[in-house]
Design a protein around this ligand. Structure first.
Ligand code: IMP
Ligand code: MG
Length: 184
């Protein structure tokens, strides 16, 4: 799939497929060192992190347990509601485990801040975050991800797992959405 397949829906490509791959190589290399011998649990946040988990985990040099949670702080709009709900919970006990949360994007940070305390309260030994994207200007709470793919401007983006109203997730790159699609 490429930009022209989307007609006028996209504004511009922010991060190309090559840039994504190069950065994932670098982050995986860091994770391989940091987590050597620790058997971390990779916790993907559905649905946006599906591609990040998939592409990152295949670059690791250890076999990693993969788990998924679905939480919601958004409706189908583009603004954070601040309310986090668990839509799908973990299937396993995380007591004593080193957890690496894998996220698509940190916007306000509200979702992850809630998730980190939730996992800590369940007895995880450590909770770290790997996020593909971060919008530093949108931060409402302080989050310190151990791994950050790219800092991006405070604009609504789609692709590589990120959606607008459940669309555009399967774009192989990250792009900004044209204003006429989401109404500014
Ligand atoms: P936060 O709680 O505001 O940090 O938002 C986290 C979640 O909102 C992410 O996991 C995304 O699902 C969604 N989100 C935030 N910004 C964007 C965006 O620019 N495009 C698509 N989804 C986004
Ligand atoms: Mg999400």
């Amino acid at each position: 799939m490429n930009v022209s397949d989307m007609g006028t829906d996209l504004d511009r490509v922010l991060i190309t497929e090559d840039q994504l791959n190069e950065r994932l190589d670098q982050i995986a290399a860091e994770i391989n060192v940091d987590y050597a011998g620790r058997n971390p649990l990779l916790l993907g946040v559905l649905k946006g992190a599906v591609y990040v988990v998939s592409d990152l985990s295949r670059r690791l040099n250890f076999s990693a347990q993969m788990e998924w949670m679905a939480v919601s702080s958004y409706g189908s709009g583009t603004k954070s509601s601040g309310v986090v709900r668990i839509l799908k919970d973990l299937d396993c006990d995380v007591t004593g485990r080193d957890i690496l949360i894998v996220e698509d994007i940190i916007d306000s940070g509200l979702t992850l801040s809630w998730l980190v305390s939730n996992l800590t309260n369940r007895g995880a030994k450590s909770v770290e975050i790997a996020t593909l994207l971060r919008k530093p200007e949108a931060a409402k709470v302080e989050i310190n991800p151990r791994y950050i793919g790219f800092d991006i401007p405070n604009e609504f983006v789609v692709g590589y797992g990120l959606d607008y109203a459940e669309r555009y997730r399967n774009l192989p790159f990250v792009a900004t959405l044209a204003e006429h699609v989401y109404g500014g």
